[in-house]
Design a protein around this ligand. Structure first.
Ligand SMILES: Cc1ncc(COP(=O)(O)O)c(C=O)c1O
Length: 399
């Protein structure tokens, strides 16, 4: 029988081997709010180009004031699950606003989009359905697929490969429900899902479509309403999940929007709703304020996209090969995990925070530096960032 002491020794050895391999993920501590620049412990004033603070709203006075007013009005929380002990009217107000923003019938919030995905997928599939998921979907979708009932079948299609999706759909003609699930903007690639083709296949094979809009809301679509707006498919997506922890204020929180009866089913059946507390009311208030900023000033989304394409072009001019995309994610594939992390560390020493991602976040051999543009950044900031990239890129032989 192995001892507890042996267990901890093995775990500590494993962590040390990550450090030795240069793939250990260090936590960086910020001492001032998330914004274009922040004070980072040990590094001083640092420019942020790896946050999902796409619209730069996390430190907007209007958003912060709403959060403060929320805690004064509602206190810290209900200290319970919504159905057991009540829910705040601000949750309903936020949910109605998200539903109308996305042109869906209804919406339900969760403490995170992670919870939202883990809720929506099992509920949608019921006892005997089938879920068909893009192979590059976010980990929360992958885990949501793991939580399906025993009788539900799972299939994966090659990334954005519509022939493969159709082949998968053909395999399950008798399932009571077929659910196709995809990221709207893929979190590590930055590309946009082929929603028109997916919707057409869904119609042909009587399937539901679920889209995770975490990196699309506030970013793509003329007024920042995401992938459905980008393709002119508003009102045609069955289930939309999203986060309040990125463009919409950046605190935390997630949601599922869709048909009224589906949202009712989530209230009745989804386990994170039945067994876990609601979104803190202060976050509901700040997220609602952020959403209203976007509704009032939709030009923020276009400005963000212009900045992202500016960065993409400047990096290309400098000799890098960022992946193409219409969102605000600009990844540069460098191959090896430790190499990606070492580039990120070198940039950080120069005052630029851009994270390097390796396995298991991305497939082996495709480690990358993922730049994320925020509307908080100005063009001169992006120019400066490209200069830092050039210096480091030459030093490590990337350009
Ligand atoms: C596509 C996608 N879905 C879901 C999530 C999880 O969002 P949250 O932080 O709200 O749990 C993320 C976060 O990185 C994401 O990128």
């Amino acid at each position: 029988m192995s001892t507890v002491a042996e267990y901890y020794k093995k775990l500590a050895d494993e962590m040390q081997s990550l450090r030795d391999a240069g793939t250990y993920k260090e936590l960086r501590y910020l001492q001032t709010p998330m914004d274009a620049y922040t004070e980072m412990e040990g590094y001083g004033r640092t420019m942020i180009m790896s946050s999902n603070n796409y619209l730069g709203l996390s430190n907007l006075p209007e958003v912060k004031e709403a959060g403060k007013a929320g805690i004064d009005k509602y206190g810290a929380g209900t200290a319970s699950v919504r159905f057991i002990c009540g829910t705040f009217d601000i949750h309903r107000e936020l949910e109605q606003e998200i539903a109308s923003f996305l042109k869906t019938e209804a919406c339900l919030t969760y403490v995170s989009c992670w919870s939202a995905n883990e809720s929506a997928i099992p509920v949608a599939c019921g006892a005997e359905g089938v879920v068909i998921s893009d192979e590059l979907n976010h980990a929360s979708i992958i885990d949501g697929c793991r939580l399906i009932a025993k009788g539900v079948q799972k299939a994966r299609y090659k990334h954005s490969d519509m022939a493969d999706l159709e082949a998968q759909l053909k395999q399950f003609p008798n399932a009571p429900v077929r659910l196709i699930v995809t990221d709207g903007v893929f979190s590590m690639e930055g590309d946009v899902a082929k929603l028109p083709e997916i919707v057409a296949l869904a119609k042909k094979y009587e399937a539901l479509v679920m889209v995770d809009e975490s990196h699309a809301t506030g970013v793509i679509g003329k007024t920042g309403r995401g992938t459905a707006e980008y393709y002119g498919l508003e009102g045609q997506i069955d289930i939309i999940s999203g986060t309040l922890g990125k463009a919409l204020g950046g605190a935390a929180g997630g949601f599922v929007a869709g048909r009224k009866c589906f949202v009712e089913a989530l209230i009745q059946k989804s386990r994170p709703q039945l067994f876990s507390n609601a979104l803190p009311p202060t976050v509901a208030c700040s997220a609602l304020a952020a959403l209203r900023v976007l509704e009032r000033e939709p030009e923020r989304a276009q400005r963000l996209r212009d900045k992202a394409s500016y960065l993409r072009n400047k990096l290309k001019e400098a000799g890098f090969k960022p992946l193409d995309g219409d969102g605000a994610i600009v990844p540069i594939i460098v191959g090896d995990d430790a190499f990606a992390i070492s580039i990120s560390n070198k940039l950080l020493k120069k005052g630029l925070f851009v994270t390097g991602f390796g396995f298991p976040v991305v497939p082996r051999g495709t480690a990358r530096i993922r730049c994320q543009v925020s509307d908080a950044l100005e063009l001169k900031d992006l120019d400066w960032a490209v200069e830092q990239f050039k210096e480091v890129g030459k030093e490590v032989g990337l350009i």
